[in-house]
Design a protein around this ligand. Structure first.
Ligand SMILES: [Zn+2]
Length: 291
């Protein structure tokens, strides 16, 4: 719960890796998991001998620029990056139980592992010549932290998706990039808006409030996680949540209990007093089952 890296955590990871990778030469790449690697041309071994020139983020995707070739990854629920000052040099044997998907060795003996815990196998790794060759990157909507994402831009997005509920809209990567299940709960709580409210039912004032909530919530989370070691980012994200993953605990604003309701393939958390005029949201999946 709350552990999927979203915009702030991927931004922090990009910063963490940028400091350690840029200027270093890739010595060797061990591609261990066939399931994780989504591309075959160029092969991961093509990165060897090239210098890392930049690390950036597209939505929830991490992009390591290795002199014009891009190692792009989407960590999903159980994927993570583990930085090692000293990587073992022995070849890695692929095995079903090994969480290691890809290992990148640098010229000074340091490097990092891309790992995936569990059996869901959602971690995705791409080696491409342009990040836009990754379908998930090509589909991304505007990044909420760039200056062109202003109130007017959000207003036109809401109008274009009028019959969509705010919760679903915010976590749709093709609408706004980088917000997932956790930060959409947080943003709506800050904005005091119901997750089930329809996009075209917002007043001009609501739109401005929602815009400020998106920019402030993500901006604050980016600030908080900046400079944290990669291994601390998930715990820090969880600790920073107001309502997400906190069903049954008191709302930090009003003290009412945080509630939970099913939504799409998961569940969302919200405060009825702050967001829905005190009225609990009906759990549609449950009521359908009871009919
Ligand atoms: Zn509240």
């Amino acid at each position: 719960m709350g552990a999927v890296p979203e915009l702030p955590e991927v931004e922090a990871l990009a910063g963490f890796l940028r400091e350690r990778l840029v200027g270093r030469v890739v010595a060797r790449v061990d591609a261990v998991s066939v399931a994780a690697l989504k591309t075959f041309d160029p092969p991961p071994t093509a990165l060897a001998g090239l210098t890392v020139t930049g690390v950036s983020r597209h939505g929830k995707f991490l992009d390591i620029d290795v002199d014009g070739l891009h190692l792009v990854t989407h960590l999903a629920r159980a994927g993570w990056i583990r930085w090692r000052e000293q990587l073992p040099t022995a070849p890695v044997r692929p095995s079903g139980r090994n969480p290691l998907a890809l290992r990148v060795h640098l010229d000074d003996g340091s490097g990092f592992d891309l790992t995936e815990a569990g059996t869901r196998k959602k971690l995705a790794v791409y080696v491409v010549r342009d990040a836009a060759e990754v379908p998930g990157v090509a589909r991304l909507g505007p990044d909420p932290l760039v200056s062109s994402f202003d109130v007017a831009a959000l207003a036109s997005i809401l109008q274009a998706h009028g019959r969509t509920q705010l919760k679903g809209l915010l976590r749709d990567q093709s609408v706004v990039a980088g917000i997932g299940n956790a930060y959409s709960d947080e943003v709506l709580h800050v904005a005091r808006l119901s997750p089930f409210k329809l996009a075209d039912s917002l007043s001009d004032e609501d739109v401005a409030v929602l815009h400020a909530a998106i920019v402030e919530t993500l901006g604050d989370a980016v600030e908080r996680s900046r400079g944290l070691p990669a291994k601390e980012l998930k715990d820090d994200k969880r600790a920073g949540m107001r309502v997400h993953g906190r069903a049954g605990q008191p709302c930090p604003v009003c003290g009412d209990l945080v509630r939970e309701v099913s939504f799409a393939d998961s569940s969302l958390q919200y405060c009825a007093t702050c967001q829905t005029g005190g009225k609990p949201l009906a759990d549609r999946r449950m009521s359908r089952l009871l009919k």
